[in-house]
Design a protein around this ligand. Structure first.
Ligand SMILES: *Cc1c(COP(=O)(O)O)cnc(C)c1O
Length: 386
C-alpha cells in the first residue's frame, strides 16, 4: 500500500541535494575539522561554508554567531541553561519568563532550573495558543534574566508575536531566546530585523539529517557553555564536529533560503485543500490553529466523539501517517500540555489529530485522505462511548 506521510512537524526526509552533498563526508572526506593537514582543512572548509549558509538563511550579521549543536533540543538547553547560569552567578537575578505552550525542550529545562533556585513564569495563551503582550509586560521583574518564547508552535502552528516580544526585551534589557525550529524555512526570518538574542533551529525539520541543530548567539550575548571540552565552535560547544550532518544542514539552509516563499505557498495550498475537504465531508470538528497567525502546513483538528489515539492507528492501517495532539501516559489518555493550555475540554482534546504537510505532499495524497477519513470517523463515532 502507498503510504502517505503527513507528519512533517515530527521530522522530514532528506532532500536529494542534501544527501548528495553529505556523501563525500561520510566516505573519503572523513577528516577531523581540528586537524591541520589536508584532511582536516577539507572538513574545516566544509564546516565554514555551512556556517555561512545558515547565517544567510536567518539573516545573522556574521557566521561567527552560528554555533552547531547536537540537536534543536540541545540548542534550547544551551540557550536557557547557559544564560540563566551565567546571570545567576553574577547576581543578576533568577527569574525566567516563558509560555505554557513551549516544546518540552524548553519546558523541562525551565523545570530543571527551578530545582536549582530559579523561578519561572509560564505565560497563559488564548484559545489559539497566542500569548498576550500586556501579560508579558506585567510578568517582567527586576530579577528577570531571560524571556524564552517559541516562534511557531509544533502542535498547532500558531505564530507568537516575536517582534513585539523582542521589543519588550530590548526596552527592559532582557535577552530574548526563541525556539524557531518550526518556523525556519516556512516563514521569512531575519534575526537582525526581529532583534532576537538567541535562536534555536533543528536540521531534521528542514530536510536535513537528525542529530544536528544550531544555536544563533547574537554578538555580545554572554552565556555559559553547556558542553565542556575542546575549543570547537569558538570555545562554545566542545566535541568534534559532525561534518556530514553540518554539510547537509548547510545545503538544506541554502535551498530553503531560495524557496521559502514558494514552499510556504505550496504548504498553504495543500493545507487549504485538506481543510476544505474536511469541512465538506465531516461535521462536528474544530480547528485549533490561530485563524490569522498560523504557519502554513499545520492543521490541528479536534473531532468530536472520536478517540484520537485509535484514530491514528486506524489511519495508519490505511497507510496515512499523522500524529495525535495527545501523549499517551501510562495507558491513560492525557491531553498534551499545549491542548490543555488552549483550554480545550478533555473530551475534545482526546479527539485531536495533527496533520503536518511538507515538500512532497501532493494533491493526490490530500484527496486520498479526504476520501478515506470521513468513513473512518463515521465508524469510530458509532463505536464511541463517552
Ligand atoms: C522538533 C522540535 C524540537 C526538537 O528538535 P530536535 O532536533 O529533534 O531535538 C524543538 N522545538 C520544536 C518546536 C520542535 O518542533
Amino acid at each position: 500500500m502507498q503510504r502517505i506521510y503527513l507528519d512533517y512537524n515530527a521530522t522530514t526526509p532528506l532532500r536529494t541535494e542534501v544527501r548528495d552533498a553529505m556523501m563525500p563526508y561520510l566516505t573519503e572526506a572523513f577528516g577531523n575539522g581540528s586537524s591541520i593537514h589536508a584532511y582536516g582543512r577539507e572538513a574545516r572548509n566544509a564546516i565554514d561554508t555551512a556556517r555561512e549558509q545558515v547565517a544567510e538563511l536567518i539573516g545573522a550579521k556574521s557566521p561567527s554567531e552560528i554555533v552547531f549543536t547536537g540537536s534543536g533540543t540541545e540548542a534550547d538547553n544551551h540557550a536557557i541553561k547557559g544564560l540563566s547560569d551565567l546571570q545567576k552567578s553574577r547576581g543578576e537575578g533568577n527569574h525566567i519568563i516563558t509560555s505554557s505552550v513551549e516544546h518540552h525542550a524548553v519546558l523541562h529545562t525551565c523545570q530543571y532550573l527551578e530545582q536549582r533556585g530559579f523561578e519561572t513564569t509560564y505565560l497563559p495563551v488564548d484559545r489559539y495558543g497566542r500569548i498576550d503582550i500586556e501579560q508579558l509586560k506585567s510578568a517582567v521583574r527586576d530579577t528577570t534574566v531571560l524571556i524564552s518564547i517559541m516562534h511557531v508552535n509544533n502542535e498547532n502552528g500558531t505564530i507568537q508575536p516575536l517582534e513585539e516580544i523582542c521589543q519588550i526585551g530590548m526596552e527592559q534589557e532582557i535577552p530574548v531566546h526563541t525556539d524557531a525550529v518550526q518556523s525556519v524555512g516556512k516563514l521569512d526570518l531575519n534575526v537582525q530585523e526581529i532583534g532576537v538574542n538567541l535562536l534555536s533551529l533543528s536540521a531534521h525539520k528542514i530536510y536535513a539529517p537528525k542529530g544536528i541543530g544550531v544555536l544563533y548567539i547574537r554578538r555580545g550575548t554572554r552565556l555559559a557553555n553547556l558542553v565542556h571540552g575542546g575549543s570547537h565552535e569558538r570555545n562554545r560547544r566542545a566535541g568534534s564536529e559532525n561534518v556530514p550532518a553540518i554539510v547537509g544542514l548547510g545545503v538544506a539552509a541554502e535551498l530553503a533560503n531560495k524557496d521559502t516563499e514558494e514552499y510556504a505557498l505550496h504548504l498553504d495550498k495543500m493545507t487549504q485543500r485538506l481543510r476544505d475537504g474536511l469541512d465538506a465531508n465531516i461535521d462536528k470538528l474544530h480547528y485549533n490553529g490561530h485563524p490569522d497567525h498560523c504557519a502554513p502546513g499545520t492543521l490541528n483538528v479536534s473531532f468530536e466523539s472520536v478517540e484520537g489515539e485509535s484514530l491514528i492507528l486506524r489511519l495508519d492501517m490505511e497507510g496515512i501517517c499523522v500524529s495525535t495532539g495527545s501523549a499517551c501516559t501510562s495507558g491513560s489518555m492525557e491531553p498534551s500540555h499545549v491542548l490543555a493550555a488552549l483550554g480545550l475540554p478533555p473530551r475534545l482534546a482526546q479527539g485531536t489529530v495533527r496533520f503536518s504537510l511538507g515538500r512532497n505532499t501532493t494533491v493526490q495524497e490530500i484527496d486520498t485522505v479526504i476520501s478515506k477519513l470521513p468513513n473512518v470517523i463515521k465508524q469510530m463515532r458509532s463505536l464511541y462511548r463517552s
